[in-house]
Design a protein around this ligand. Structure first.
Ligand SMILES: *Cc1c(COP(=O)(O)O)cnc(C)c1O
Length: 382
């Protein structure tokens, strides 16, 4: 269908941070397949896990246990501080599970029409419930009637959440950093204050870490930078480094809400995907990629700021970990093509923000090359 607009580059191969098109041209991928391939392409440990599992057992219905699902679950719970996990196949599905948990949590307390507070400018997915949760009219346009039960408030304001809440409120659902919304980083204590508010009012704090999770923020999950634990965490994108997997993790009361028969997925948690994701999580944690992300983040953000701060037409360089945004005064979608002509893949989100989501495996030189090329392309455009 016509969902993705005009595309004229066919990618045929990837290795490390590079991809090649069908004409043999090589590109440095500064968006990692949209925050997916944090460990780059063709990573030997991940390819080995995938191939070995493909020869062993690809599918196992959820009528039976499978070892990789158990192992990945155990590791994710250890890394996240959560108590239980449900595996699906995408970010939107992880969020669907979170929304179902919030609703049933409320219904179990006798709230007939549970409401979930979400943020303006957020992105939670393209299924009916997740697009209804999303704070972006463009994503919703044409799909009324929306799923009810979502209340939107300005991002990064705890007061706005406190005021919007009422007796029907069951959860607050936010991205720790807004990704699609233009790499918006909230004040440092935003999540801490939301945590306190949710504790006072008996609401679930649910974090959408589909983009910010799996090391990208410089901690395994961004909420860990705040030293808090949400009640529900969703993640996907980088979890499978390219294999489709999503996870909804929950803790405490939230972890016990979904009972037998309440939710399920044919493919969710299948051994091929969970074995591969297990190799991804192990590699990120054991090979110190969280520190590496912090180092690359510092290198790239300071390099971009040194070259772009104060330049006319540049609003701001900002970021957290390897979620980096460069907001310009005017719309700049054509920068994607201009950067591609210089062999670098970037992305523009929210019309005016250049978004960089580079892989964690970059060398310092490759990170510097992205900084220099992106600055050159922006300066030529302005
Ligand atoms: C990408 C994304 C989603 C949707 O994930 P899909 O796998 O495309 O369904 C949801 N929330 C956030 C924050 C995302 O970045």
């Amino acid at each position: 269908m016509n969902t993705y607009g005009h595309r004229d580059t066919t990618l045929v191969k990837g290795e490390g941070p590079y991809v090649w098109d069908d004409r043999g041209r090589r590109y440095l991928d500064a968006i990692s397949g949209i925050a997916v391939c944090g460990l780059g392409y063709s990573h030997p440990k991940i390819v080995d896990a995938l191939c070995d599992q493909a020869r062993t057992l690809i599918h196992c219905s959820n009528l039976y246990l499978n070892r990789p699902q158990q192992d990945l679950g155990d590791l994710l719970l250890r890394v996240s501080g959560m108590d239980k996990v449900f595996f699906g196949n995408s970010g939107a599905e992880a969020n669907e599970a979170a929304i179902k948990i919030a609703r049933k949590f409320g219904r179990d307390k006798g709230i007939a029409l549970p409401q979930i507070i979400t943020a303006d400018n957020s992105f939670h997915g393209r299924t009916m419930a997740t697009l209804s949760a999303t704070g972006n009219a463009k994503i919703q346009k044409g799909f009324d009637p929306l799923v009810p039960g979502f209340v939107r408030v300005p991002y990064a304001s705890v007061d706005a959440v406190a005021q919007a809440g009422n007796n029907d409120t069951v959860a607050v659902f936010v991205e720790p950093v807004q990704g699609e919304g233009g790499i918006r980083v909230p004040p440092t204590r935003y999540l801490n204050e939301l945590r306190e508010l949710c504790n006072e009012r008996g609401w679930l704090l649910m974090c959408d870490e589909i983009q910010s999770g799996n090391g990208r923020a410089g901690a395994y999950f961004a909420y860990q930078l705040n030293g808090i634990l949400p009640d529900v965490v969703t993640t996907a994108k980088g979890l499978g480094n390219g294999l489709p997997i999503g996870a909804c993790l929950a803790r405490g009361d939230a972890a016990g809400v979904l009972q037998q028969g309440n939710h399920g997925s044919t493919f969710g948690g299948n051994p091929l995907v969970t074995r591969t994701a297990l190799a991804v999580v192990e590699t990120i944690v054991e090979e110190n990629y969280l520190e590496r992300v912090q180092h690359l983040s510092q290198l790239m953000l300071s390099g971009l700021k040194a070259q772009l701060d104060g330049v006319k037409g540049v609003v701001e360089v900002r970021g957290l970990g390897l979620l980096i945004g460069i907001e310009l005064e005017r719309e700049c979608a054509e920068l994607v093509e201009k950067a591609k002509q210089k062999n670098i893949l970037i992305n523009v989100t929210n019309a005016r923000t250049v978004r960089l989501l580079p892989p964690f495996i970059l060398s310092d030189e490759q990170a510097q090359e992205i900084v220099d090329t992106v600055c050159r392309v922006i300066k030529e455009f302005l």
